[in-house]
Design a binder for this molecule. Structure first.
Ligand SMILES: Nc1ncnc2c1ncn2[C@@H]1O[C@H](COP(=O)(O)OP(=O)(O)OP(=O)(O)O)[C@@H](O)[C@H]1O
Length: 547
């Protein structure tokens, strides 16, 4: 029998069986740069006002057609650990500022791509990271000097609309003037007297049908639901909100009740009915006029509510319940008990109405809440419309914190690239190569805008760079047909929030330097548990063609 020869001790022997590990430049660094490049290439076509949509089929079989990087990354279930890190950075941008998620992936992807060139040429990783750090600091320092506009009055709808044109136009190009005006009026309506703005105070109500220009601002909160009760309106109503069903609670587990006879059975039913009647009566006696519930509505409870003149509304989403509670000042209750003092909200008028052929319940309320009614012929159009309005609301929120605006359409990236290239050329030491590559990476954003707009990329980039070299720091890419490929972004009203741009630069540089600092990738073996059913590899074939 052959003797057992122990393997020489090394990393594989230290790890649990099945752990995969990658080390060295080739295996760990270049391979994960390739993964990030693939993700950036995927999102590249969706950048800018003429970016194309992605058709996503989620794991639940729902089809989504979107160009919004945040949605795409959320639905793409990334397996590669490095691509997941880049995706997480982009989602952090989306959560913090609500905009610029695609720019983070594109810039970080370009930074990693350019770093590969330097590393293959023999530059140490530390020199590239130092160069990127220095370039990022310098770019962030230069940003305020490039600001071309500041929002003077947060309550001036025209000024706000001018500032939001690019944010809403990048998702629904062609409707930017109409939509920016609509979003601006809505933001001003939802701005609190103290000057705080919460995008959650704005409800987006999608009603299929009509055209985009039929979208309008509605006073108060509007929900696409029907009133369950016979009472369809209430004035100066006190509102009780329940997160539970409107009826008696049922246990999660099965129970058995044994009756000795028909009388016992009838008595049991009567007791339940009596209990329910008492509960609904107690709510009405506390002074509630409207009951909003988050669960199913029991027909018997509804009958008692009708007898007592209560209006009952069911909201299907927890988020909608929270929004309503915030707007009317109610505290959501977890069981059908009489509302304690202070738990009920108040609303000037609640009524059932109809928009198109869709029933809606309107909560008219004085205060910083508003609803945007979105109209569109197809679900895809409604989805793009929602993304455009959401981007506008998030940009307004960023403007409430910092009112400065930068020229958009790739102008600010090109201006920074020109300045960093000058700095890199005259700086001694190895850092300069990192700075020069950072400048090159910044040019990817205007180049992508030009590419997606169908413009000749090299020609457009040459013209843009020449304008910036001559000192026009507001020159950007002009999407659309005809005319010159460049424009004055500040004059055309294509403006980006300084806060959003600054976060994009910081997050992309931080992600790139973090990934460049990875020396080993260790992937543990997946833990056990029930086997996940595999994906159907032939999803695009007819069922009868499947093997
Ligand atoms: N009308 C326009 N003309 C030229 N450029 C525009 C116009 N509207 C928007 N842009 C530019 O498009 C870029 C933003 O595009 P987009 O919104 O697709 O990217 P993002 O904000 O990074 O991604 P996401 O919104 O998916 O998070 C900005 O640089 C903006 O200046």
């Amino acid at each position: 029998m052959a003797a057992h020869v122990p393997l020489p001790p090394g990393l594989p022997q230290l790890l649990k069986a099945g752990t995969r590990y990658f080390s060295g430049l080739q295996e760990s660094l270049f391979s994960h740069i390739t993964a990030c490049r693939a993700l950036a290439l995927c999102l590249r076509t969706s950048y800018g006002p003429l970016g194309r949509n992605k058709l996503l089929v989620t794991h639940l079989g729902k089809a989504l057609c979107t160009a919004h990087a945040g949605t795409i990354l959320r639905e793409l279930q990334l397996e590669n650990p490095v691509a997941r890190l880049l995706g997480a950075a982009s989602q952090a941008q989306e959560e913090e500022t609500g905009d610029g998620a695609n720019a983070v992936v594109l810039l970080a992807g370009a930074l990693l791509d350019n770093a590969e060139k330097l590393l293959r040429a023999g530059l140490p990783v530390a020199a590239v990271r130092d160069g990127y750090d220095a370039a990022c600091k310098e770019a962030v320092r230069l940003l305020p000097g490039l600001a071309c506009h500041a929002l003077v009055d947060l309550r001036d709808p025209d000024g706000v609309a001018w500032a939001l044109r690019a944010a809403v136009g990048s998702k629904l190009f062609g409707y930017q003037d109409f939509l920016a005006g609509l979003v601006a009026r809505c933001c001003v309506a939802a701005l609190s007297p103290e000057g705080a703005f919460e995008p959650d105070n704005v409800r987006l109500c999608k009603v299929p049908g009509g055209g985009v220009t039929d979208s309008r601002l509605l006073e108060g909160l509007v929900f696409c639901t029907e009133a369950e009760s016979r009472v369809h309106q209430a004035r100066e109503a006190r509102i009780a909100v329940y997160g539970c069903p409107f009826g008696l609670a049922r246990s999660e587990t099965k129970g058995t009740v044994r009756f000795q006879g028909a009388a016992e059975m009838r008595a049991y039913g009567d007791a339940e009915e009596e209990l329910l009647a008492r509960r609904v009566r107690a709510i009405a006696e506390e002074g509630a006029g409207v009951v909003v519930v988050g669960g199913r509505v029991d027909p018997l409870a509804l009958q008692f509510a009708d007898q007592l003149g209560l209006m009952v509304v069911r909201l299907g989403s927890r988020l909608e319940l929270q929004r309503l509670c915030r707007a009317v000042g109610a505290v959501p209750l977890a069981s059908l008990v009489p509302p304690p003092p202070g738990a009920m909200g108040h609303c000037r008028r609640v009524h059932l109405s109809e928009i198109g052929s869709t029933a809606v319940v309107v909560f008219r309320q004085d205060g910083p809440v508003a609803t945007v009614l979105l109209r569109g012929a197809t679900p895809e159009l409604l989805c793009s419309l929602e993304e455009a309005v959401t981007d506008g609301l998030n940009t307004y929120k960023a403007l409430v914190s910092d009112r400065r605006l930068l020229p958009g359409a790739g102008a600010v990236e090109m201006a920074l690239a020109v300045r960093l290239a000058t700095l890199g050329t005259y700086l001694p030491g190895l850092e300069q190569y990192g700075i020069l590559e950072f400048a090159q990476a910044l040019k990817t954003l205007p180049a992508t805008l030009a590419e997606n707009a169908g413009l000749p990329v090299n020609e457009t980039m040459a013209a843009l760079e020449a304008l910036h070299q001559l000192g026009t720091a507001t020159a950007g890419v002009r999407p659309g047909e005809g005319g010159a490929p460049t424009m004055d972004a500040a004059r055309e009203g294509v403006l980006d929030s300084l806060l959003v741009k600054e976060r994009v630069l910081r997050l992309a540089a931080h992600t790139a330097t973090t990934l460049l600092g990875v020396s080993h990738i260790l992937v543990a073996k997946k833990s056990g548990g029930p086997k996940v059913r595999g994906e159907n590899p032939n999803w695009d074939l007819e069922p009868d063609a499947l093997e």
